[in-house]
Design a protein around this ligand. Structure first.
Ligand SMILES: Nc1nc2c(ncn2[C@@H]2O[C@H](COP(=O)(O)OP(=O)(O)O)[C@@H](O)[C@H]2O)c(=O)[nH]1
Ligand SMILES: [Mg+2]
Length: 451
């Protein structure tokens, strides 16, 4: 960042639109000077004071509270001022212009958090958790974002990074002293540390996967023959009459998408046209789109009528579903068949009985969906994570795997050392703290064999 710390930035920190309170936030070396131009003398840091706010022409435009935070004890680590006035768009716009007329510039999106990161107030994963907290749409997502923000995820990354660092120190040491008698690579400590690191990595990957699910949710499609109750189920899950339900087969032709949060799990549920051969060109297009949609789904709810069970037509459709998709068989209309709702025991595949019309068996369905998302046993330990983090963890795993193979084969120890460096760096991108001097320091402090 070339302009790091040089500019003083300003932005309206509250949501756009009208509200009781609106906040203008300033950060940077000139924050106190700019604020003084807007509202006169400033109170001491961390004490609120009532002031009149003036626009760039010196006209009174609002009155409110002023709060100052002196560097480095602020969100960004710089001098920060908050002007808390009335939440009208025109008032806040006047204040923002006035701040800019007195030397501030309008902040880019995320720039306050970026500065917090550059000033070591937050690491990258924590800065991302701030955004996750703001975007959270359920209590579970709020709690998970807080765990990341508070450093839970970063600490786990840190522990794993320390394990990788130990490995690197060991292997690079073996390289440095390869002409000596000791056979470093046959030390049991090495194999043990390798195992430990890769187990910790797998655990972290699975946890991060759950955290990502909680943030990004899952796409599920409802499929099956016409009239089995697909649209009724969508409406039941969405809690609204999103889809037209009728006893005329072939009603649903467009593909409907509903975004909903089911017990903390964000879902995109897609209702499709009933899968069947048809001469109606419009319905045929719906069926074509339905097949296309199934390709995008991570989980397919295959609905059948519980009165008939799986018919030969159902079996033929099941066989045509896109491969490598998770499929949950759902037998609907159990109110008509008289069978009990819930999980179908002794079934070869995962299956359950529901009545979409009556709402029976939906708790079991909800549990199955959480299980499919990997969230069932996640409990309280969940932290928020994103695709970027998963990519980095997967990269780390690949490099660690390569290093293991090379070390076990006792070949190319230099390359193994390089693999470990890449693994360590990939991991470091999650928190944004990759630092090669760190490694040098560790190597020299631990290997002080007067050479
Ligand atoms: N008794 C009963 N009727 C249902 C149930 N689910 C759907 N239906 C009825 O079955 C018919 C077809 O439902 P719909 O949702 O349009 O089926 P789709 O073609 O698969 O989308 C409608 O008349 C629904 O009211 C159920 O669980 N119990
Ligand atoms: Mg339908």
């Amino acid at each position: 960042m070339s302009d790091r710390g040089a500019d003083t930035i300003a932005a309206v920190a509250t949501a756009p639109g009208r509200g009781a309170v609106g906040i203008l936030r300033l950060s940077g070396p000139q924050a106190f000077t700019v604020a003084t131009s807007l509202c006169g003398t400033l109170p001491p840091p961390r004490q609120a004071a009532l002031r009149v706010f003036r626009d760039e022409l010196g006209q009174r435009c609002d009155q409110g509270l002023v709060l100052c935070f002196a560097a480095p004890h602020s969100y960004t680590g710089e001098d920060v001022v908050e002007l808390q006035g009335h939440g009208g768009p025109a008032v806040l716009d006047l204040l923002l212009r006035s701040a800019c007329a007195h030397g501030a510039r309008i902040a880019r999106p995320g720039e306050f958090s970026e500065r917090a990161f550059l000033n070591d107030k937050l690491d990258l994963a924590q800065a991302e958790a701030v955004a996750d907290l703001i975007d959270a749409h359920s209590r579970a997502a709020v709690l998970a974002a807080n765990r990341s923000l508070e450093g839970e995820f970063s600490r786990r990354i840190g522990t794993l990074a320390a394990q990788l660092l130990d490995l690197r120190v060991f292997v690079e040491g073996a390289l440095d002293f390869s002409d000596e008698d000791i056979d470093w690579l046959s030390e049991p400590q090495l194999a043990e540390s390798m195992e430990l690191a890769s187990t910790a990595l797998d655990l972290l990957l699975s946890r991060a996967g759950q955290g990502r699910r909680l943030r990004e949710g899952m796409v599920i499609a409802i499929a099956g023959r016409p009239n089995v109750g697909k649209s009724t189920l969508l409406n039941r899950l969405a809690g609204s009459d999103a889809a037209i339900v009728s006893d005329v087969p072939g009603t649903t032709r467009d593909t409907l998408r509903e975004h909903l949060v089911l017990d903390g799990l964000p879902l995109t549920v897609i209702d499709t046209a009933g899968l069947r051969q048809t001469d109606d060109p419009v319905e045929a297009e719906g069926v074509r789109r339905a097949w296309q949609t199934l390709e995008q789904a991570e989980l397919i709810l295959f609905i059948a009528d519980d009165r008939s069970g799986l018919t030969s037509e159902d079996l033929a459709l099941l066989a045509q579903l896109p491969p490598a998709r998770e499929v949950l068989r759902v037998f609907n209309k159990c109110d008509l068949s008289g069978n009990p709702d819930g999980i179908v025991e002794n079934s070869e595949h995962r299956a359950l009985r529901i009545s979409a019309a009556q709402g029976a068996g939906l708790d079991a369905l909800c549990r199955e969906l959480h299980a499919a998302a990997g969230l069932l046993d996640a409990g309280e330990g969940l932290f928020s994570a994103r695709a970027r983090h998963l990519d980095a963890l997967q990269q780390t795993r690949l490099h660690l795997h390569d290093a293991r193979i090379r070390l076990y084969a006792r070949q190319a120890v230099e390359l193994a050392a390089e693999d470990l460096r890449l693994a360590h760096d990939a991991l470091g991108t999650i928190t944004g703290r990759v630092d090669s001097e760190h490694l040098l320091g560790a190597v020299f402090s631990r290997f002080c064999i007067g050479k």
